[in-house]
Design a binder for this molecule. Structure first.
Ligand code: BGC
Length: 803
């Protein structure tokens, strides 16, 4: 393809990806000289925002609320990925407009949830690099059940944001794992909003402690990648409030992030970024959010409606958007007072930014220290799913037959804007070697040759070509039976890694993704048969970002370690768990269903397309689509537990190399007035030190409201308990924890009746139960009637009672 044709194609690809793309804008000038010259003008920080806004022209206002634009693919020098600025921080996702005469600097925003995504090499000069730490993906971090640890990750993460001159990180991301096929689930924490919200708060507090901002995303109900720019999400008020907004509410109240990023999708008919009730009524009036809202890249359609909704900044921005805003003010269809508020909110955040403070960033983060944080977090979030006959930790087995493509080519994290440009990734091969294990050479050679050959035949494409037509991962190398049998003789143990990758722009598939491929199934069987015949074990490592099917093959494995996508220290962290240097303490924050057909959203994912209403042609073709959340509040364990559907591994599940005893559950009172405290003693009764994630579920009376059989209301992770050591864990429960959203009354209601507190090691493994009474109903909150679906939803109800 010649260069100009290639650029044209890339432009078309980008329009397809961001269908509302207009054209790239010209980037901004620097600020200082002009600012000096105009001393008499009010200056940001020295004068009030009111004075600054009064001194701004309409054009300046309309440019400040619209980002500086998007560098087109094909422009030189090539940036790595989606958002591409060439200004202060190459490879960052965007910048805002500077107004030097008023002392308003441009600020820089960059992705993403697992590490800072900027261009690692500038101007082809590799003598100085700009790599960032790849931390474990959010799904792994949630599996730590440890908000203090996640905050620690945030502190390290934020220091890199600060050191690289970025003002706002476009993360964390906290959409709900509604369906295992969600392409971006790895970027998100959990199927449960309490975990999602608390992890997000911890992460935001950690990152922002460095004096930089965050953008929690994607607000809201962005639970799929299929048709993400056009899909109308039809959802009940209750499911929205209890499941899809709850995490954002917890995060806003618990960490007051600098910014929120609105999502692409429509909610009950209106684009999220154009929905006043989402961006203002709920976010600001009900929850008290004080920062600004920015769109996702090219999100929404109508800039004027976005301003009115309270979506203050349009990213990455185009001159046409500014023009439409100017025209609307001039034609009285946008009150300038609204625009002034948008501007004011942006200025408030700019005032806090490193750019405003003229921070002299070093471009030299302490990557070594942060890699240690990444490794430590990875170890804390890996989940031991199976461990028959104490297959793990490995004892004297030092000779390992290492199978699986991703043992050699491990996946640190997912693709798209959730990817990180890291300096290295430790493979499992390397990690095992570092820990003193010898991987069989013959097996290694065969994999190396196979993977090298695949790479030669599939040369690296650029980001845009890859987005349009992703290179499939190398099909699993089919190690032959003779080799496997030989290695069963020669080695002490077999390790087989199964890897999966996914990312922005696409949901996952069932075949060869959610389900194992035929080659993978065959390998599991062949390796298990050969090694079991010699009385040796098979350990399966799952290097995945989202849930896969395990029921059909797990009997073959002696142990299964869910390593997730553990960041750049992957191999070292996995080896630490396999060797027993670290004791696994992660537990599932998302259910592994027995089969896909059991998933409550399976029949409504990813929804329906309406090709007859399509507009545009070719790359510009847009197909309206809709998805109805018929499962309502019954997402994840709320469904499996209430409807008695046995999952493969339930929410909250995870094994340890030690055992824990739960005793002495006590409630501060047997009747509820406005708070109850529950305490429980956790004792390590095994032989090695370990930590336990303790979970508190509540079963409500469900007399007048439909309720899941259990809902997670609190959780904690113990400290490292030595054998024989105990810790008393305490949980506070308030009236809001008992309440559910009653759509008829637009209120959160804690019903009168008897409640059970169930403290356990998982959502199914309840160890101790206690009850208390609430004598009189409490209305904990009265909300606005907003975001009402326009069509009837045939919503799932619990069979516990007919409501
Ligand atoms: C993604 C966002 C990301 C933005 C900037 C969008 O495509 O959905 O999560 O922050 O690009 O790169």
């Amino acid at each position: 393809m010649n260069v100009s044709l290639q650029i044209t194609v890339m432009k078309q690809i980008e329009r397809l990806r961001f269908p509302f793309l207009l054209t790239a804008s010209v980037l901004i000038p620097g600020m200082s000289a002009l600012a000096q010259a105009e001393k008499s003008l009010p200056q940001l920080g020295k004068n009030s925002n009111k004075e600054i806004i009064a001194a701004m022209t309409l054009e300046e206002k309309a440019k400040l609320v619209v980002g500086n634009g998007f560098r087109m693919p094909g422009a030189r020098p090539q940036g790595p990925t989606i958002g591409q600025t060439e200004e202060k921080v190459p490879g960052a996702a965007g910048t805002t407009f500077a107004i030097p005469r008023l002392g308003i600097p441009s600020i820089v925003v960059a992705d993403g949830p697992a590490g800072l995504r900027i261009q690692p090499i500038r101007n082809h000069d590799s003598s100085k690099t700009y790599y960032a730490t790849a931390f474990p993906v959010a799904t792994l971090l949630a599996s730590t059940w440890d908000t203090a640890l996640v905050k620690k990750v945030g502190v390290a993460f934020g220091s890199e944001v600060h050191d690289y001159g970025v003002d706002i990180l476009l993360a964390p991301a906290l959409n709900i794992h509604r369906n295992p096929l969600g392409g971006r689930n790895f970027e998100y924490y959990s199927e449960d909003p309490l975990i999602a919200g608390r992890m997000t708060s911890a992460m935001v507090n950690g990152i922002e402690s460095n004096g930089v901002g965050t953008s929690i995303k994607h607000y809201a109900a962005n639970n799929q990648e299929s048709n993400r720019n056009t899909v109308n999400t039809i959802i009940s008020e209750r499911a929205l409030r209890e499941i899809y907004l709850k995490g954002f509410e917890i995060a806003v109240k618990g960490s007051q992030p600098w910014t929120v990023m609105s999502s692409y999708n429509k909610i009950n008919g209106t684009y999220a970024s154009e929905e006043y009730d989402l961006q203002t009524t709920i976010l600001r009036k009900e929850w008290g959010f004080k920062g600004f809202v920015m769109t996702d890249w090219f999100g929404g359609k109508n800039p004027v409606e976005q301003m009115k909704a309270g979506n203050d900044l349009l990213m990455p921005g185009s001159p046409q958007q500014s023009q439409r805003i100017i025209d609307a003010v001039n034609h009285d269809s946008l009150d300038v007072k609204i625009l002034d508020e948008n501007v004011n909110r942006i200025l408030n955040i700019i005032l806090q930014s490193p750019s405003f403070k003229n921070y002299k960033y070093s471009d030299k983060p302490d990557l070594k220290k942060d890699a240690e944080v990444s490794r430590m977090a990875a170890e804390e979030g890996m989940v031991l799913l199976k461990n028959d006959g104490s297959a793990l930790p490995l004892k004297s087995q030092k000779k390992v037959a290492l199978f699986g493509n991703t043992s050699y080519d491990i996946i640190a994290g997912g693709t798209g804007s959730g990817d990180v440009n890291k300096a290295y990734t430790i493979s499992l091969l390397q990690g095992l070697a570092n820990a003193g294990y010898a991987a069989d050479d013959e097996v290694k050679q065969q994999y190396a040759a196979y993977l090298a050959d695949y790479k030669t035949k599939h040369p690296k494409k650029n980001f845009f070509e890859e987005f349009m037509n992703p290179t499939p991962p190398a099909p699993e190398f089919e190690a032959n039976k003779d080799l496997i049998n030989k290695k069963a003789d020669e080695s002490d143990v077999a390790i087989f890694t199964i890897g999966r990758n996914a990312g922005e722009g696409r949901d996952r598939k069932l075949e060869n993704d959610y389900y194992l491929s035929d080659a993978e199934k065959q390998l599991v069987t062949n390796i298990a048969d050969a090694f079991h015949a010699k009385n040796k074990k098979l350990i399966v490592v799952l290097n995945i970002g989202g849930v896969i099917e395990v029921t059909s093959w797990r009997d073959n494995a002696d142990a299964i370690l869910l390593a997730w996508q553990p960041g750049m220290e992957a191999g070292n962290a996995i080896a630490d768990i396999l060797s027993g240097k670290a004791n696994p303490s992660g537990k599932l924050a998302t259910t592994f269903p027995a089969d896909y057909k059991d998933v409550p959203s399976a029949k409504n994912f990813p929804g329906k397309e309406h090709p007859e209403q399509a507009t545009g042609n070719g790359f510009m073709r847009q197909v309206p689509a809709e998805v109805t959340y018929e499962e309502g509040i019954y997402v994840g364990y709320r469904y499996y537990n209430t409807f008695n559907i046995s999952p493969a591994y339930e929410f909250g599940y995870g094994l340890s190399y030690t055992n824990f005893d739960y005793s002495n559950l006590k409630l501060s009172s047997s009747s509820f007035s406005n708070k109850i405290t529950a305490t429980i003693a956790i004792k390590n009764t095994g032989k090695v030190a370990g930590k336990e994630a303790v979970q508190l579920y509540i079963s409500a009376p469900a007399k007048t409201l439909d309720k899941p059989s259990e809902e997670l209301k609190a959780f904690a992770k113990t400290k490292l308990l030595q054998p024989g050591e105990s810790q008393t864990v305490s949980f506070d429960i308030d009236a809001a924890d008992l309440s559910s959203f009653d759509t008829n009354r637009e209120s959160w209601i804690a019903e009168a009746g008897t409640y059970s507190i169930k403290v356990g090691a998982s959502s199914k493994n309840i160890k101790q139960t206690a009850t208390f009474d609430l004598t009189k109903e409490i209305v904990t909150e009265k909300d606005n009637k907003v975001l009402v679906p326009q069509t009837e939803i045939n919503e799932l109800r619990s069979q516990r009672k007919a409501f």
